[in-house]
Design a protein around this ligand. Structure first.
Ligand SMILES: [Zn+2]
Length: 169
């Protein structure tokens, strides 16, 4: 058994490139999911955005195409959050507030592609937006309060799966 002591599996493993490791079962590669809606890729149970990797997987034809949960919610018109903005400050700072919301979505999406704004509309001087993820709705409310002041309230329904955020100034 002396000879076996020299073998160090850890150092051998370090040299293996996960992407090109031919020892990985073929089934693992086939299981990679890509979303044709937003080009997100599911790897290690996490959706991420990587356009180059998406194009590569699409060309290779090894990935399975399936809509990610965010695209599915958008297709089904089934939001997880709603933010309603009201008040005279909103009317005076409309463009600035829209920019703030867009920036917040961009930042959230870079971390998690499933956090997206589904719809944005003006209703009787109110701004109403819906989100695919309850955390994004809460974050927009929090950021509005931080950047513009005013008051923000949160209400949950549907077994805490849907959040209603109200910001006013
Ligand atoms: Zn998607």
């Amino acid at each position: 058994m002396k000879g076996y002591k020299r073998y160090n599996p850890a150092s051998f493993k370090k040299k293996v490139d996960v992407e090109t490791d031919t020892y990985l079962p073929k089934r693992a590669a086939a299981k990679t999911l890509i979303c044709p809606g937003c080009h997100a890729i599911l790897t290690r149970k996490r959706w991420r955005l990587d356009e180059a990797a998406y194009a590569k997987l699409l060309r290779a034809g090894t990935a399975r195409q399936i809509f990610c949960p965010a695209c599915q919610k958008i297709r089904d018109r089934y939001p997880s959050g709603q933010v309603t903005l009201t008040g005279p400050f909103l009317a005076e700072h409309w463009d600035e507030i829209l920019r703030l919301i867009a920036n917040e979505e961009k930042r959230a999406r870079e971390k998690n592609p499933l956090e997206r704004i589904m719809s944005l509309s003006e209703e009787n001087g109110q701004l109403v937006l819906t989100t695919t993820d309850e955390k994004l709705a809460q974050r927009i409310g929090r950021e509005l309060r931080k950047a513009c002041g005013g008051t923000v309230t949160y209400g949950w329904s549907h077994n805490n799966k849907f959040v209603r955020v109200q910001w006013q100034r």
